[in-house]
Design a protein around this ligand. Structure first.
Ligand SMILES: Nc1ncnc2c1ncn2[C@@H]1O[C@H](COP(=O)(O)OP(=O)(O)OP(=O)(O)O)[C@@H](O)[C@H]1O
Length: 509
């Protein structure tokens, strides 16, 4: 019997028809992938499913009966659990308290810590993660561990369907493998999974069937995940064929004195003896596992963290340690990884968020010329296909991927930093959550900045992206640079081998 059947689901927000007639069918024990460009309506759909939003029209049939989940707890009680991208765990409660939050096991009328922990340990063991301590505060776990806790919570409600919204976005390569193992165990036991991801390779590996959304409508249902040709999937998603290619590198390797020179940089417990150069016009990629120290290196170069040792020079002049002001004055810009907490003004319009770094360009006699500001922003947001296209919309109402585009777009508007012209751009996971079509545009824009002489330092967990976009690659493992080579001299397998070597050694010990 079909476990879940949606028919004609409509959901509108003021001025936006986010869902405009969506159909979806999920069978027990399958991994059903939901694909669509940024803003296509995936997150809205799962919020409707999980009871966080009420649909305006349409029906939801769950295990043969028509239902309406008025709030998230009703969906959970019926066996439908959602694991959001931004996990909704309470950091200062323990693992066990989070798993059983709101439905603590009781004995003689009292909630029992002993039973809660024992049942948590059983669930963690079922997920193959018996090593996570049930009494540990959740805030002290890495992202992958938190995700497992969320899944344990789903299982504690006897979930028959688990919805996973881009679960791999926060995971390193080996952790994704582990997630897939967990998913296979769940589906073998009859649990169904709705899996959302922008990475087609993952969908091929773990998916059974695919449903594609475009502009709030279902454009294809139940395509076979492994055999549907990529061109076909991309064409259905975007309405056009997009070549997933990286822009060509400049013919000659950039010469001259390095724009950025980092020597012997170190911070306790994060990284040590980090030395490298970035030349004007060059894209340098930092590859490595999440937690290897890449973001910390980037933030230290930017002055947001203070180095314990080492020097950072721009054009041969040393920068003051731990001073963002000095870095910005030297022409640096940073697009950080945590778009919500670090980068966006969620209550402000899109154009204000995007023009933030280059406001001085639109000022005349001290006044910001709003028309020019909006035109310049419009040009970049159109080329990235930022949606909805109206730049006056509030940032908070944009989909996750479109917010990410705005963070990067800020540095692409005429390539300026607050202090003057942008000379060095630091990008931390710039394509996280960004769809295939917009990725190609983003790559082209980053390359064109480099072609204008900007130096780019790029952190990405996707090895093909680092190899395809960067000129030179630094492989980081456990806080050290273990290899430096031109991107064209490395293969994906070699890089993965280098980043994983430490993991294997640790397992062998
Ligand atoms: N609370 C809201 N108010 C107004 N508009 C909204 C709201 N939530 C979502 N939208 C709009 O609904 C549309 C669908 O957004 P949704 O977040 O569902 O997309 P998505 O497919 O999940 O995208 P992504 O891949 O970027 O995560 C977008 O145009 C978005 O701007």
């Amino acid at each position: 019997m079909t476990l879940l059947k949606l028919t004609g689901i409509v959901k509108t927000f003021p001025g936006v028809r986010a869902l405009d007639g969506v159909d979806l069918e999920v069978e027990p024990g399958e991994v059903h992938c939901l694909l669509g460009q940024n803003g296509a309506g995936k997150s809205t759909l799962i919020k409707v499913l999980s009871g966080a939003h009420q649909p305006d029209e349409g029906t939801i049939e769950w295990a043969g009966s028509t239902v309406q989940f008025s709030k998230p707890t009703s969906a959970l009680r019926a066996g439908l659990a959602t694991i959001y991208q931004e996990l909704d765990l309470v950091d200062d409660l323990t693992v066990a308290e989070n798993v059983f939050l709101g439905h603590e096991p009781r004995q003689f009328g009292f909630s029992s810590r002993g039973i809660t922990r024992r049942r948590t340990r059983e669930l963690l063991a079922r997920l193959g993660h018996a090593e996570i301590p049930a009494g540990r505060e959740v805030g002290r776990l890495p992202a992958a561990g938190k995700q497992i806790v969320s899944m344990a919570r789903a299982l504690s409600h006897d979930a028959r369907l688990i919805i996973m919204d881009e679960p791999s976005a926060v995971l390193a390569h080996d952790e994704v493998e582990n997630l897939f193992r967990v998913i296979r165990d769940l589906t073998a036991a009859g649990v169904a999974v709705i899996y959302i991801s922008h990475r087609l390779a993952e969908i091929r590996e773990i998916g059974d069937r695919v449903t594609i959304l475009k502009d709030g409508r279902t454009v294809a249902v139940n395509l076979p995940a492994r055999t549907t040709p990529t061109d076909e999937v991309v064409r259905l998603m975007t309405g056009r064929s997009v070549e997933y290619v990286f822009p060509p590198r400049s013919a000659a390797a950039p010469e001259g004195t390095p724009l950025l020179r980092v020597s012997g940089l170190a911070r306790a417990h994060e990284f040590s003896d980090v030395s490298f150069d970035v030349r004007a016009g060059e894209i340098v990629g930092l590859a490595g596992l999440v937690g290897a120290g890449r973001s910390e290196i980037l933030e230290t170069v930017y002055g947001a963290r203070k180095a314990a040792a080492g020097t950072i020079e721009v054009d041969g002049k040393p920068l003051r340690r731990g001073s963002v002001k000095a870095a910005v004055a030297a022409g640096m810009g940073l697009a950080p990884e945590e778009r919500k907490s670090q980068a966006l003004l969620l209550g402000e319009p899109v154009y204000r968020n995007v023009s933030l770094a280059s406001l001085h360009r639109f000022a005349r006699l001290g006044f910001v010329q709003r028309g020019r500001e909006r035109d310049a922003v419009g040009a970049v947001t159109r080329s990235l296909d930022l949606r909805p296209a109206d730049p006056r919309r509030t940032m908070r109402t944009l989909s996750g991927g479109n917010q990410q585009k705005a963070v990067v777009a800020r540095w692409l508007v005429g390539g300026s930093s607050e202090g003057g012209s942008l000379r060095l751009l630091l990008l931390d996971e710039p394509t996280r959550g960004v769809d295939i079509g917009a990725r190609a545009e983003l790559y082209a824009l980053i390359r064109s900045l480099a072609d204008q002489g900007v130096g780019v330092l790029l952190v990405s967990s996707e090895v093909p992206e680092v190899l395809g976009l960067a000129d030179r690659v630094l492989v980081v493992r456990e806080g050290r640079i273990v290899r430096e080579a031109p991107a064209s001299d490395l293969t994906e397998a070699q890089v993965l081998d280098l980043v994983m070597a430490g993991e294997r050694a640790a397992t062998a010990r």
